[in-house]
Design a protein around this ligand. Structure first.
Ligand code: S3P
Length: 450
């Protein structure tokens, strides 16, 4: 990236409140003439949450390297500290002094999950089987996101909880109960629901099975194995036996492929680019974004594959490529659910049409991502048809300029900044403070490959 062509300004104003609550800031991005160099991305958000959760309820010490100190993960860490777990942070490493399955203490205040759906939903599963009372809340965005999907299976296990709007929304009070195993077949493709049920299953009498319609990210299953829990997997069904002993362990958190995706697409769409992203997690339940981009014509190579407990890792080499539009169905989108915003940017500059269908889940993420991306791209002169369960985007060679909103959604904010690299006019992205939720240092990392 040539600094003469790309510049950004960060303006922070504390007078207006962002949807999530924090200060509002704005970035102005101008076109780039190529992205080159090597970089690493911060640790995987999903794996970092689970490292804290399982480390806390294991016996003995768990050491975690590569931990993501994003705002969401800090919420999870603070929740366990509030339940009496000693967690030491040193650089990107954590030492978690596990208290065992029955060692958590009643928190003396409400647990605030902030913007983090993973914190709220996984904790709901864990807290349902405790011997104490707890309350979970979140920011304005999280308080609008559906929780009934977790409450239903937990209630079937004997869980007792009460939430706002007929037991569907946070804040939610959880009266810890003795749980029984369940055979649950989920209508939804959701790793958060699966993980909540499996965490409750750890505290339940007997076995719990969870069957999902599509295989979603399996970080919880891998963690359970790493901590020595009796878990078995048969296709889309996971079985866990209740009340095992988990043994503290050493974990390496890989680079987050969902964060790498912003740089992958930036390099693909900016002519004259070549980058190497080192140490990215390539768990097959997370690499659908690479498959989709390759189908669009992307030049992405996976180099130096290794396995670090509990996830496989590789370096990704990405070169600018001529992309073309494709059709993406709901099952495929479920495998790249967090990558929809950045995929929309790739589609916006690809040749021809890209259609996403069967992905109404995108409407209940940190923002309504279908609406946020359709609106943003329309502002930039792209022709977008918005439907209840997806979009059709007509690719065009260059994007126009304009002022676009992030809706307080970290992935929308980063996607719009990437769009600015290939726009003819200047793009102004409003409210980018939310980027710290998953990728603190994103702007510096982008500058670095300039
Ligand atoms: C996550 C699961 C996904 C994903 C989220 C993280 C996880 O949510 O969108 O960012 O860590 O389990 P759903 O399970 O709601 O699809």
């Amino acid at each position: 990236m040539d600094s003469r062509h790309l510049r950004w300004k960060r303006m922070v104003s504390s007078s207006a409140a962002a949807p999530g609550g924090g200060p509002v800031s704005r970035v102005i991005v101008e076109p780039s003439s190529g992205i080159r160099g090597e970089l690493t991305v911060p640790g995987d958000k999903s794996v970092s949450h689970r490292a804290v959760i399982f480390g806390s309820i294991a016996e003995g010490i768990t050491r975690v390297s590569g931990f993501l100190f994003g705002e969401d993960n800090i919420r999870t860490m603070d929740a366990f500290r509030a339940m009496g777990v000693d967690i030491d942070a040193d650089g990107a490493s954590l030492t978690v002094k596990g208290v065992g399955l029955d060692g958590l203490m009643e928190p003396d205040d409400v647990i605030d999950a902030g913007n983090s759906g993973t914190t709220a939903r996984l904790l709901m599963g864990l807290l349902a089987g405790q011997t104490f009372f707890s309350v979970i809340t979140g920011d304005r965005s999280l308080r609008e996101r559906p929780m009934g999907r977790v409450i239903r299976p937990l209630t079937a296990m004997g869980g007792a909880m009460a939430g706002r709007v007929e037991n569907t929304l946070l804040p939610l009070a959880i009266m810890g109960r003795r749980l029984s195993g369940v055979e649950y077949s989920s209508p939804l493709a959701s790793a958060q629901v699966k993980s909540a049920v499996l965490l409750a299953g750890l505290y339940a009498d007997g076995d719990t099975t969870y069957t999902e319609p599509v295989k979603t990210r399996d970080h919880t299953e891998r963690m359970l194995k790493a901590f020595g829990a009796p878990v078995s997997i048969d296709g889309n069904m996971v079985r866990i036996s209740g009340r095992p002993t988990l043994a503290g362990t050493e974990l390496v958190v890989p680079g987050d492929i969902s964060s790498a995706a912003f740089f992958i697409v930036a390099a693909l769409i900016t002519p004259g680019s070549e980058i190497l992203i080192r140490g990215v997690g390539i768990n097959p339940t997370r690499t659908k974004i690479i498959d989709l981009l390759v189908r669009m014509g992307a030049d992405i190579a996976l180099l130096n594959r290794t396995t670090a407990l509990p996830e496989p890792v590789a370096d990704l080499r990405v070169r600018s490529s001529k992309l073309h539009g494709i059709d993406i169905g709901g099952e495929e989108m479920a495998g790249a659910i967090d990558e929809f915003p950045i995929l929309c940017i790739a589609a916006a500059v690809a040749d021809g049409k890209t259609t996403v269908t069967g992905a109404s889940e995108l409407r209940v993420k940190e923002s309504d991502r279908i609406k946020a991306m359709a609106e943003g791209l329309t502002t930039l002169g792209v022709s977008v048809e918005e439907r209840p369960d997806g979009v059709t985007i007509e690719g065009r060679q260059r994007l126009g300029g304009g002022s676009v909103k992030s809706y307080g959604d970290h992935r929308v904010a980063m996607s719009m900044i990437v769009a600015g690299l290939v726009s003819d006019g200047r793009i102004e992205v409003e409210d980018v403070s939310c980027i710290d939720i998953s990728f603190p240092g994103f702007m510096d990392a982008l500058k670095e490959v300039a």
